[in-house]
Design a protein around this ligand. Structure first.
Ligand code: NAD
Length: 335
């Protein structure tokens, strides 16, 4: 887990540092009642990548995950798919790695404690990324479903980190260095309110990532500089939806590249309005591809017809000849 989170974070940082190499766009979203389905494309000169991802907060009641994802890496020079991957786990890794990376530049250097509000699927990954990348040792947990907090504490008992289950958000947040919110509710929720925020805190707001779905009281955004991945997308999907369209923001790539300051004073309040950007999926997919190759875990699947004559697709069907249609070339069912 440590090597994987560090590896994903390193790939993400390296790619944010070459921001201008990428052809970037906000994601294409299809909103439905109680959910969203999104396509997230991005490309540089070598690779085109896309992710499909959803968010359906009522899914757990149906025995399904709130967020699932998959995607592909394509060779720009030929358009041929190079790798196709599950991205549900990878999304959790890359979201947590991005959160910890942002906090490394924005939170106080001696940060040791964090409040983690929302203890569902993403939460263990957030906890581990902050533990391994920042040295966070103590986490106060709060979830409206206490069993979710108990599940998290049990899943991560082996790490030696200290977990305290709080009775409400205010007591989880009181006195910590970093506040991470990763709840899922289709509402403009006020999970964290201004009176809970203390000087020097870093806020990592992860769960608000769709129109009409936010977690912070809007007044919190005026308490310190707000940092974003890709402004065009965050204004539509992030906490920024609740403030004026010209509300000032700083891009993460500018902070990583040291062209703009992150935290200027110990007492500053810093806010990362995370929504998840295609660049992070690109980086994470490349990391997973490279790691899988190194570990001998890549599997070959039949996705593209292999043609004797690239102009003769019809011959592939075997119609009119004695060669049967190859049964391993039919679509695969999702398990
Ligand atoms: P999940 O459904 O597994 O977990 C969400 C948890 O939040 C649940 O345990 C639920 O009980 C809790 N919760 C909901 N409302 C709450 C409230 N008012 N107070 C306290 N707890 C509350 O979902 P998940 O997969 O962990 O995803 C969490 C959120 O993160 C989703 O909204 C998802 O869209 C978002 N997300 C963001 C990014 C990003 O890059 N920013 C990436 C992945 C997921």
């Amino acid at each position: 887990m440590k090597a994987c989170l560090e590896g994903v974070a390193n790939y993400i940082l390296a790619d944010y540092l070459r921001w201008s190499d990428f052809d970037k766009s906000k994601r294409v979203a299809k909103y439905v009642e109680n959910g969203v389905m999104e396509l997230m494309p991005i490309a540089d000169k070598k690779h085109y990548a896309f992710k499909y991802v959803n968010c359906h907060p009522h899914n757990p009641a149906k025995g399904l995950s709130t967020v699932i994802a998959f995607g592909a890496l394509v060779d720009v020079s030929t358009g041929m798919p190079m790798a196709i991957s599950e991205l549900t786990l990878t999304t959790a890794f890359r979201t947590a790695a991005t959160s910890a990376l942002a906090a490394k530049y924005l939170a106080r250097k001696n940060s040791r404690s964090m409040a983690l509000v929302g203890n569902g699927s993403q939460a263990e990954f957030q906890a581990l990324a902050f533990h391994y990348l920042l040295g966070i040792e103590e986490i106060r947990l709060f979830d409206k479903d206490r069993q979710a907090s108990e599940k998290l504490a049990a899943n991560l008992a082996h790490t030696g980190m200290k977990f305290v289950i709080a009775s409400d958000v205010a007591s989880a947040v009181k006195g910590v260095d970093i506040v991470t919110t990763v709840t899922a509710e289709y509402a403009k929720a006020h999970i964290v309110t201004p009176e809970m925020v203390e000087p020097g805190m870093h806020i990592n707001a992860v769960g608000g990532d769709s129109p009409g779905k936010t977690e912070l009281h809007p007044a919190i955004l005026s308490m310190g500089p707000v940092f974003v991945e890709f402004e065009e997308q965050t204004r539509i999907e992030g906490e920024l939806q609740n403030v004026a369209p010209d509300f000032p923001v700083v891009h993460l790539w500018e902070v990583f590249g040291k062209t703009k300051p992150g935290r200027s004073h110990e007492e500053d309040i810093t806010i990362f309005d995370s929504v998840g950007f295609a660049l992070e999926d690109y980086s994470a997919m490349l990391f997973m591809r490279d790691a899988a190759k190194e570990l001998g875990l890549m599997q070959s699947i039949s996705l593209v017809p292999e043609l004797a004559d690239p102009k003769d697709l019809f011959a592939y069907l075997g119609v009119g000849s004695s060669i049967p249609v190859l049964m391993d070339k039919v679509p695969v069912e999702v398990r």
